[in-house]
Design a protein around this ligand. Sequence first.
Ligand SMILES: Cc1cc2nc3c(=O)[nH]c(=O)nc-3n(C[C@H](O)[C@H](O)[C@H](O)COP(=O)(O)O)c2cc1C
Length: 161
Amino acid sequence: MPKFLVVYYSRTGHTAQVARALADRLGADLEPIREARSRKGIWQYFRSAREALAGKRAEIEPARHDPAAYDIVLLGSPVWASHPSTPVSAYLAANREKLKAVAFFVTLGGSGAEKTMARMEEAAGKQALAKFSATERELKSGKWKRGLQRFIDAIEEAATA
Ligand SMILES: Cc1cc2nc3c(=O)[nH]c(=O)nc-3n(C[C@H](O)[C@H](O)[C@H](O)COP(=O)(O)O)c2cc1C
């Protein structure tokens, strides 16, 4: 049985929703990326956008699961100014050498998913086995579930190949 780890950062809960569904469907372990400093409020919104644009890495707490122990790590981020969130950039920088295979998922308002996941591939130093994105509107309407199934199918196929 392949081992899956779902790692994610979520500021307002959207990416967490996708991460939890993925972990549930794949029987994966779940690793929320945590940081000590709060990002609540409008000023933190602007700080987050500015730091993401600058390619900054957030200070994050040590991971609880060792990614090297998993066949595939699924990594999820909100899109911030067409970049990965800074906690996810920090996770990739810290764990890049430990990732055997990766798949990426992002949530977003409406634009920047491809650029963000291309930047995640660059940071991971490898191509993603599969990619998935869901907009806020798709999350609200339930439309994201069909795309999620295709994403899961691609991951399961890659894991058994
Ligand atoms: C700092 C910041 C920058 C953002 N930039 C973008 C963007 O470039 N494109 C977009 O479609 N949505 C953007 N958004 C919206 C988020 O990607 C979207 O709300 C996402 O679902 C949030 O995920 P979360 O609830 O897991 O934090 C941005 C949000 C924040 C906080």
